[in-house]
Design a protein around this ligand. Structure first.
Ligand SMILES: [Zn+2]
Ligand SMILES: [Zn+2]
Length: 94
């Protein structure tokens, strides 16, 4: 059983009306209507996972304004200075 993140209903993955990949997790929905709401604003429904700043190791939330893309992955940073270090030498941190 999994939880529909929109309405909170417990559903069976095989009985789910829809599913969606978001942030590496597959989310299941009881109805197309819940799926539609999720697609409109996934960040509102998916629990915000804790991320680690690859430079200083600090735990940060993904609403951090400091982000970078590196080989298809998204990285988040606590501050501009960590982001700068990462940008200068991304290979050191991944
Ligand atoms: Zn639902
Ligand atoms: Zn940092």
């Amino acid at each position: 059983m999994v939880k529909d993140p929109v309405c909170g209903m417990e559903i069976n993955t095989s009985a789910a009306a829809a599913q969606e990949e978001y942030q590496g997790t597959t989310w299941y929905f009881c109805s197309d209507s819940c799926h539609g709401k999720f697609q409109a604003n996934p960040a509102q429904y998916a629990p915000s996972e804790t991320l680690t700043d690859p430079v200083c190791g600090m735990e940060i939330s993904k609403d951090s304004g400091h982000q970078a893309e590196h080989v298809g992955r998204h990285y988040y940073f606590c501050c501009e200075s960590c982001l700068d270090k990462f940008r200068a030498e991304p290979g050191n941190f991944v």
